[in-house]
Design a protein around this ligand. Structure first.
Ligand SMILES: Cc1cc2nc3c(=O)[nH]c(=O)nc-3n(C[C@H](O)[C@H](O)[C@H](O)COP(=O)(O)O)c2cc1C
Length: 210
């Protein structure tokens, strides 16, 4: 068996010259966190486009194993309070000054987001797919939202911390449903420095068998 570590005919330089829109969009998608967000209204139509694109994700046996809760307005404040309460014990060893500072940071953290989207996996009880397939489909839906955001210069990231998962869980989830956290969306300043996170070269991640 011959193992190659390079695709045969595509030269790296050719490829970068011809970087297509889709590749640019995929590679420009970076997690942008809520502390970078600036307060700006997201038009309803754009939010709808983001959500509709989520539902065009691939999913095994068309179970469409997702639903979403859009948190806006007073819910951003409520989530900030929820986080501060959630982490109160965690910071209890700090001086009261520092504790206050940390909790205030959490309280204010979501306030500039355009909205938060609660991501819920809905297991199909009749078809009984393996859970990982349903998680994979929901993750694809989240990626569709992220790529749509990138195309519209909206920052976004997926938060799966316990606090985010637990916040969404409070909103009446059925037995076959599971919270997968919160997807943050928000505008960011034009001069925001892009993330320095790199990706491992393809040669370390792919082998070609011919
Ligand atoms: C399933 C999943 C869960 C994530 N959860 C968190 C999170 O809870 N907190 C966080 O700061 N980032 C979270 N992220 C974002 C990753 O930290 C981020 O994607 C990674 O650092 C790569 O950076 P990039 O998205 O800018 O390429 C999550 C990403 C994924 C795919």
């Amino acid at each position: 068996m011959r193992i190659k570590d390079n695709p045969s005919k595509i030269k790296q330089s050719d490829y970068s010259d011809k970087l297509k829109k889709i590749s640019k969009n995929i590679r420009n998608r970076r997690s942008i966190y809520a502390n970078e967000f600036i307060s700006k209204e997201l038009p309803d139509q754009l939010l709808e486009e983001i959500l509709v694109n989520a539902t065009w994700a691939p999913n095994h046996k068309m179970t469409e194993p997702w639903r979403f809760i859009v948190f806006k307005g007073k819910y951003l404040k409520e989530y900030g309070e929820f986080m501060a309460h959630y982490y109160q014990d965690f910071y209890s060893d700090l001086s009261s000054e520092l504790q206050k500072e940390k909790l205030n940071y959490l309280r204010n953290y979501p306030l500039n987001a355009a909205c938060l989207i609660g991501v819920i996996m809905v297991r199909n009880t009749k078809i009984g797919l393996p859970e990982w397939e349903e998680i994979a489909a929901v993750s694809s839906a989240v990626q569709n939202m992220a790529l749509t955001c990138t195309a519209h210069k909206i920052g976004s990231y997926w938060s799966t911390k316990g606090v985010a998962v637990d916040y969404v869980t409070q909103f009446g989830l059925a037995e076959n449903e599971k919270s997968l956290g919160l997807f943050y969306l928000g505008y960011y300043p034009k001069d925001l420095k892009s993330s320095k996170k790199k990706r491992t070269p393809l040669s370390k991640k792919v082998i070609y068998l011919e």
